[in-house]
Design a protein around this ligand. Structure first.
Ligand code: ZN
Length: 225
């Protein structure tokens, strides 16, 4: 199969990070395809928002139904009877961690991309603000990249534009890409399913809003959140 250097596939959840990555990819690649996973997350709205953002961005969008990933391991993002950890517990992952999520998502994305002659994969994982999720770390992504190449005898490149930047810098990047407002209002990062600035008190909102507050202050914006 011939390699397409001009196309990239973005693992796209419709949250702040992957939306920023979607526009990053649009800047760096001629053709961008977004792939969203429906894995039994409590907030199905996530998938609808992802579709709407992809449409606004003018990129080809696909959604893949993989409920197995949400039920395989016990976690509070797919199990509504579980109380979500608000803070990172000492010594282990918070229960918002979906075991294997990035492993499966990126592996499926690689096969999906390969079918379309695409070998550049983009994911919004970040080691800087990784919330204790081991599958957001750089060593894991590099290792998976090698594994995918060995497993399919291909030359995939996994791009992680947010790996070494924090939430404040991620907002700066969105602004630089001209999509600060879109990312702020159209995405959903909140664990309680509230679009935009979110519920304000879940761990995802705290991280996101702290970053935004810091970025707006740096920018000298008078707006409050
Ligand atoms: Zn929230």
């Amino acid at each position: 199969m011939t390699m397409n250097h001009e196309a990239a596939l973005v693992v796209f959840s419709g949250g702040q990070d992957s939306t920023t990555c979607l526009f990053w990819a649009k800047k760096h690649f001629k053709r961008v395809v977004a792939l969203t996973f429906s894995y039994g997350q409590k907030h199905v709205k996530e998938v609808e928002l992802a579709r709407a953002i992809a449409e606004k961005a003018g990129v080809e969008w696909h959604c893949m139904d993989v409920p197995l990933i949400g039920t395989l391991g016990h976690n509070s993002l797919t199990d509504s009877t579980m109380k979500m950890d608000e803070e990172k517990p000492e010594g282990h992952c918070p229960n918002t961690f979906v075991p294997g999520r990035n492993l499966f998502f990126i592996s499926i994305a690689a096969v999906f991309a390969r079918e379309r002659g695409i070998f550049h994969l983009v994911t919004g994982v970040s080691q800087t603000d990784y919330s204790g999720y081991p599958d957001c770390r750089d060593a894991f992504i590099k290792s998976l990249n090698v594994t995918l190449n060995l497993g399919m005898d291909e030359q995939f490149v996994i791009h992680t534009p947010l790996m070494w930047i924090d939430k404040c810098q991620t907002w700066a990047l969105a602004d630089e890409l001209g999509v600060l407002e879109l990312v702020r209002h159209d995405t959903m990062t909140c664990y309680n399913g509230v679009q935009g600035d979110g519920c304000g008190h879940c761990p995802a909102c705290k991280l996101r809003n702290e970053g935004l507050r810091k970025y707006l202050a740096q920018k000298g914006a008078t707006e409050q959140i």
